[in-house]
Design a protein around this ligand. Structure first.
Ligand code: G
Ligand code: G
Ligand code: MN
Ligand code: NA
Length: 250
């Protein structure tokens, strides 16, 4: 309850901000964009991770307002960078079910002058359990606008192959648990390889998440995975650092 009150205050006092984690092309090593990740600088408790406040914000639906803030901020920030880079923004199932996602995205893109193809919305499969049809319609509408849809944490939780047919998807993000166990010849390496083959046949792009070692990067580079992300390649960083990286790579 205390935190619920704090979230309201945090929105009013701009205590939320975004960190940007770089994403790279596996084939060329070039920077392709950033994933925007929420951060909360609490005046008394210090930094609070999204895993600690997003679930509560979902229960109280304040994620709708926090998510709208993140969308506007991320789209405006990326529009100010050179190089035609993309930005990936995480969407909560609660936003899809109860938030006015279409209007928020339209306004954010218009105000920033960002082409829709440079925005990617990340969803998880649990996103579609409540109000499945309504949420699917929102995703379809976003896609018609030219916004890309990415399925996050692929391979975990409720993910199933039938989802690859049912959902309007441009990209999947292979969950980092597979990358972390993907040593040479391992079952996880075979799964990563197989996912990239399967999705490329379906015209869906892939991102490998959670690259932490040179061995993991080398292993992913031998697959047909399109992009990669992880602490080895770049940590989530403030927009000023992201801008410096974008200028260097431009
Ligand atoms: O950055 P970090 O590892 O702390 O993120 C933890 C979780 O919080 C991730 O699952 C991530 O998808 C989620 N998250 C980060 N930013 C946002 C956001 O803007 N909106 C939503 N709904 N979830 C986010
Ligand atoms: O669920 P989602 O994929 O949106 O979560 C993104 C989270 O993953 C971010 O909070 C980010 O900090 C974290 N992350 C990104 N790269 C790595 C990595 O290489 N290793 C680990 N352990 N976490 C990572
Ligand atoms: Mn994500
Ligand atoms: Na993920």
């Amino acid at each position: 309850l205390e935190m619920e009150q704090d979230i309201k205050q945090a929105l009013a006092e701009n205590q939320f901000h975004l960190a940007y984690q770089p994403i790279f092309s596996v084939a060329t090593g070039a920077l392709t964009g950033f994933e925007a990740l929420l951060r909360w600088n609490h005046p008394r408790r210090g930094p609070i991770d999204p895993s600690a406040f997003v679930p509560l914000a979902e229960d109280t639906r304040s994620i709708v307002e926090i998510g709208a803030f993140a969308m506007r901020r991320a789209v405006a920030d990326i529009a100010s960078l050179p190089g035609g880079l993309k930005v990936a923004v995480n969407l909560s199932p609660v936003q899809l079910a109860f938030g006015d996602v279409i209007a928020t995205v339209e306004a954010a893109l218009r105000d920033a002058g960002l082409p829709p193809g440079r925005l990617e919305c990340e969803i998880t499969e649990s996103a579609l359990f409540e109000s499945e049809q309504a949420s699917l319609a929102v995703l379809q509408r976003l896609r018609e606008m030219g916004v890309r849809i990415a399925l996050d944490d692929f391979g975990t939780g409720y993910s199933s192959l039938s989802r690859l047919r049912q959902l309007p998807l441009d990209k999947i993000k292979i969950d980092r648990s597979f990358i972390q166990d993907a040593t040479e010849g391992s079952a996880s390496a075979a799964i990563v390889e197989a996912i990239t083959v399967l999705t490329s046949r379906l015209g869906i792009a892939t991102v490998a998440e959670g690259i932490e070692t040179e061995d993991q990067w080398a292993l992913v580079a031998r697959t047909s995975c399109n992009e990669a992300q992880g602490f080895l390649l770049g940590r989530p960083m403030p927009i000023a650092e992201a801008a410096a990286l974008a200028h260097a790579g431009y």
